[in-house]
Design a binder for this molecule. Sequence first.
Ligand SMILES: [Zn+2]
Length: 693
Amino acid sequence: MNSREKIRAVSWWLTWKDLQWPDDDVADAIERRADAAAEAGVNCAVIFGAHFRWDYLPLWDNLHDLLGTIRGALHRRGIRLFDHHSAVLTHRYSGIEEARAMRTFNKHHIPFAPSREVASTWTFHGEHLNDWRMIDITTGRPVFLKAYTAEEFCINNPGFRRAYCEYVKMLVSASGIDGLMCDDGFFYSGWTSCGCQWCRKKFREEYGHELPPVEDLTFWGNYSSEAFKDWIEMRFASTREFLEAVRSVLGDGYPLMACCSSSANYEMAKFALTYQEFCKPCNYIMLEMTGNTPELDGCWNRHFPEQALHLGLAAEYGYPCLGLGYGYTETTADFIWAFNQFLGSSTWFSTLKGRLGLPDSVTSRLKDDPELVGHAYNWEKDHTELLDGETDTETAVFFSRWTRDYYGMTQEDYGRDYDRCCIDLLDHNITFDVVSRIPEKGKYRVLVICSAICLDDSEYAALSRFLADGGCVIAGGPVGCRDKRALPRPEPWLSRYGITCDVKEPERPASFPPSAGMRPEMPVCTGSFRGNRVSHKEWIRTEDGSGSLLWTPGRMQSDSQEMNLPAVIRRMTVSAIDFPGVSCRGWRFRRFRGRNGQLILHALASAFEVETMKELEKQRKNPRGNHLISGIRRKDSSSEITLKINVPCRSAKLYAPMAGFEKEIAIGKDGEVHLHLPEHVFYFILEFPSCES
Ligand SMILES: [Zn+2]
């Protein structure tokens, strides 16, 4: 398995009708839909529906047979089927109003759910399902998730873990599915979970602490408390251990992934949600694009830093990355596909009709997923050599997990610096990879590290090694002043190079829930080099052997303009292509190397006018989330583009996949490439087949 494996996935939606199985009409519908998927160039379908799988316990045999039948129909057409369900959530409602909320907002789950009374009698292998529930630390009662009208089973409950592993064994052997997306194995309710006896026992036995009541602020939200940091560590570890148990049932190499739309935000510690843990047991990376792609204001870059981290993990581990975007029209399917190619990811396109808050009589008029992607997927099938390359870059941006986990109590503490750094580089057309580990000098010559105040001992050593081996470290703000757990280091990393760095820490009062009411205040960084004060606008440079360290006390979130990080990176790297600002206005570029060594440039317009289906939007009972986008048009972007290529190159070929044309482009003696792009072209690819690096 390698990350070049490109997946062209759609959701395979189950509906209430499918619960009639075994049934001839359902069987016919499966064949027709499988035909549509094959015609659309789909090579993988992912089950959506029957989502809260434990609620289907009385129907499992029928459901697994249905999945096996779908798999059979798809296999005959060379398409794989992955199952996808929530391992831990169950719909639970009290009274008809909660039932209505469950059915209105979660229709896409097919929210078949027992009454609370019946649920309390359900058992599996002699254990009551209710005994597995997560317990709310504040109330001592089972966790209730209002947004989903749901309860959650605890991933640390040994009975539940055993039972779920039994379930997975049964599912795979009865249905023959080719892969599994195992959702929600984290602490959905945030800091209020989990106070069950098993989580408490684990904390006592593995970490040596009793979990105190929420009034105890020497523990809760106290980032000077090692015990509280142990709690953070244990919750993250629990999510990995749960998926490791699932992996042990599936065996090595079997495709396994888990839902995750972000691993970068400071709030992830609250949920113990990060793909950095999932990467050990999982071998497929999810890159979920929640909401609209593009957004209603026509942007698509807000989640780019989070996506870049998942792409980085995919590259580090050599796993395929699956970019899941939601839409209802061929226009959005085209855009989501193009955006994924621009990122260098595989695509999973999905509708999400059940979330719209519209009756089935209305949503049934919208097209099914395979009908929307044929345009894009068939183009991909015919041009794989342009789309399965690796990023062509020598620049890496480091994401510091420990700063996020043990220091970041607000987004201002660290997350905003990381985000700004990624977006600045994107906006200046600097192709880069995000790395979650400090690399050895090899592919990367330049390592950017912004406000990563916590470095563990191995990161500290690796960063020094990267420099000593001739790498260039471009560091902004506080870097390596603290250890993994955010304790001050006697020898901060920067001090090794003659830099003194002081951070004015904002007040950080302990509270429950942790960081509640915290002011979003940035820790200000000041510093000096060899005794001379350095301003926020200034970069100092020092050499270590053949390596260079550039540093400024500036922080990306407040000082990015003066710091001008893109210019600093350009000075330290050799770019094969120049992007003169004006003549490339409104376009974003990323560079790749194809498997034949050719240079490939992907370009996507950066802003759009977005149209929605206004009449249907008005009828929605759930106005939030994903919208019915019907049209997009690029705006504020040039139609005449001039690039300059700085290495000898004989020819170029232009591809406009969505517009359906390709043509040879002449390269001028001075390396200039002129392009004329019709208004409807919002994405294009330039291939330079004979270009040296
Ligand atoms: Zn628990």
